[in-house]
Ligand binder design. Structure first.
Ligand code: GLU
Length: 300
């Protein structure tokens, strides 16, 4: 039986297929969970239908299986929980911790990502509203298992942020904070590109009286032109051939130093070795690991 004190997860968005950067996050969270005899859950963050790619949810799951990354229990689809997210939003509104905002993108452009609270005392004019959560006096610190101590001040950094979108969709921050709590996630391991979301998710969990998880953010990869590997810049989907060279490469980038003979090991042997030798302490904290610094087994 899995140790209930460790529940980890991988939470891809089906806006595209898994690429090597997503494999790295999946492998790191999987190994961290399995090394601690914990469970590892799969959540599909399908809350943004306009950006989703048909068939991606299924394809992501087939790809994880192909790479030997088997999750526990059934897949959790965020799209099935809209009403529960809506209840949380309404609770925050009732408690005056959140408020409607109909500011346009154009109006906000001058503020460089920090919302100046224009609708705090009510909206003016008409138009669809987003819902923002209030950030008053919100210094947040957490100890990231890979990146070290992190300090944020949401009021100064982002200002009141969106928890419900103008197009009546739940925003990622609220859905992630809620599901991490509802699924009993104790350890989040994901890419450092999401680290700025962590203080917002901790803030929401505090407001909603949810238990916080521990966090570890792995470095993101940049491609040969120095840009982050992402669906947006068309990182190639993971190949469906032999999964072992890419897994081996992922272990190297995660600082696990697999020994050369493991290149010829079976997939289950390679993963078993990786579970037994997993060390989060040797994952490089660098924000960017250039895939050009090492020889990738395929063109990422
Ligand atoms: N669904 C998010 C993404 O694919 C990640 C969510 C998370 O790990 O919190 O970027």
């Amino acid at each position: 039986m899995a140790d209930p004190s460790y529940v980890g997860r991988f939470a891809p968005s089906p806006t595209g297929l898994l690429h090597f950067g997503s494999l790295l996050a999946a492998v790191a969270s999987y190994l961290d969970a399995r090394a601690q005899k914990g469970s590892w859950l799969l959540r599909i963050d399908d809350i943004d239908p306009p950006r989703e790619q048909a068939g991606a949810s299924d394809q992501i799951q087939r790809t994880l299986e192909h790479y030997g990354l088997h999750w526990d229990g059934s897949t959790h689809y965020q799209s099935l929980h809209t009403e529960r997210y809506r209840d949380l939003r309404d609770q925050l509104l009732r408690r005056s911790l959140a408020y409607p905002c109909n500011c346009s993108r154009k109006q906000l452009a001058a503020y460089h990502g920090r919302y100046p609270g224009l609708c705090r005392n009510g909206t003016s004019g008409t138009g669809a509203c987003a819902i923002r959560v209030r950030c008053d006096n919100t210094p947040t610190s957490f100890i990231d298992r890979i990146q070290g101590v992190q300090h944020y001040d949401l009021a100064a950094d982002s200002g009141d942020y969106v928890i419900w979108r103008k197009d009546d969709l739940v925003a990622y921050q609220l859905a992630a904070a809620a599901d991490d709590a509802w699924q009993g996630i104790t350890h989040v391991v994901r890419g450092v590109d999401l680290i700025d979301s962590t203080p917002r998710q901790i803030h929401l969990q505090q407001l909603l009286d949810f238990k916080a998880a521990s966090y570890g953010h792995i470095p993101v990869l940049v491609n040969s032109s120095g840009r982050k590997l992402s669906k947006q810049n068309f990182a190639r989907p993971l190949p469906t051939g032999d999964p072992r060279p890419l897994l081996y490469f992922a272990l190297e980038l995660l600082g696990q130093e697999p020994y050369p003979e493991l290149r010829d090991a079976r997939l289950d042997e390679l993963l078993q070795w990786a579970i037994e030798h997993w060390s989060i302490a040797t994952v490089p904290p660098l924000v960017e690991v250039s895939v050009t610094a090492v020889t990738p087994p395929f063109d990422v």
